[in-house]
Design a protein around this ligand. Structure first.
Ligand SMILES: [Cu+2]
Length: 279
């Protein structure tokens, strides 16, 4: 009996160690388990939540697997005990498998709410505001720079399915994104920022983010929104403040001045041809 128990304990330790090894050994800069290299100030909260969930899953999964394997070995058929002793109504056991999952869910819930509050925090002052319209099937970016002496205008870029829009963001500056949609629910997602938020018709959404790394990133719609959902992509350019202002002045010089809010009216919604620009 004691031999079996120590063997069982050794198996448990091996599983736990194996899980930790897998989790910690995935990449040079610590495990990310499929996440991109982080490029925003919101990334640590989400990244840690992601890793925490995986650790919880590995521990619970490992334990379950070990118990599944243990039972048939420990209670295998032996000479003289054709039918093992039958038990039912094991109250401690029933309490355990009711309370432990509840506890796991409560802990995961707690950390989820904490991370959510952190990424949705809007208490810090922002440097720039960008109003985003998600519409079938592209994005419009309105840079609300009317009070910025360097630009002095609201400038916009309207994307179409054949002309993927570019979103320019200054590095290390806090941006407030206001999201809206004139048609159906879309979701504004920049995977490298570890962040997405829905653009919902009639329900403006808002979040703040600070890009922390120069570079070009993919942006996409993360809410299945119709036939050409998969083409609802954009390019995010995180640039220096000077490059950002230069880009906005270039848009202004092109006449892309004023806030653009693509509207979808009545039947146009259903019959909009695929290649027609939204401008
Ligand atoms: Cu969409």
């Amino acid at each position: 009996m004691s031999l079996n128990r120590s063997r069982f304990r050794r198996a448990m330790v091996a599983i736990a160690a194996g899980s930790l090894l897998i989790l910690s050994g995935c990449s040079g800069q610590g495990a990310r388990l499929g996440l991109l290299e982080p490029a925003s100030d919101r990334a640590p909260a989400m990244g840690n939540l992601w890793l925490g969930f995986w650790i919880a899953a590995f521990v619970v999964g490992g334990l379950t697997l070990a118990l599944i394997l243990y039972a048939p070995v420990r209670y295998r058929r032996r000479k003289g005990n054709a039918v093992p002793r039958q038990t039912k109504y094991n109250l401690p056991m029933e309490l355990l498998y009711t309370l432990v999952p509840l506890l796991i869910v409560a802990v995961l819930f707690f950390f989820t709410v904490r991370a959510q509050n952190e990424v949705l925090d809007q208490s810090e002052p922002v440097d720039h505001t960008i109003n985003v319209v998600g519409q079938k099937w592209s994005w419009t970016f309105n840079y609300m720079e009317q009070d910025n002496g360097e630009v002095g205008n609201v400038v916009h870029q309207v994307g179409t399915m054949s002309q993927i829009p570019d979103l320019y963001l200054p590095v290390d500056k806090t941006i407030r994104f206001n999201l809206e949609s004139p048609d159906v629910i879309h979701s504004f997602w920049i995977p490298a920022f570890y962040f997405k938020l829905d653009a919902i018709p009639g329900h403006p959404n808002s979040f703040d983010v600070t890009p922390t790394k120069l570079g070009t990133y993919d942006g996409k719609c993360a809410e299945l929104c119709g036939t050409y959902h998969a083409q609802m992509i954009f390019k995010v350019h995180v640039v220096t403040e000077q490059e950002y202002l230069a880009k906005l002045n270039e848009l202004a010089a092109n006449g892309q001045v004023g806030e653009k809010k693509p509207q979808v009216s009545g039947t146009a919604l259903a019959t909009q041809p695929a290649k027609e620009p939204h401008e």
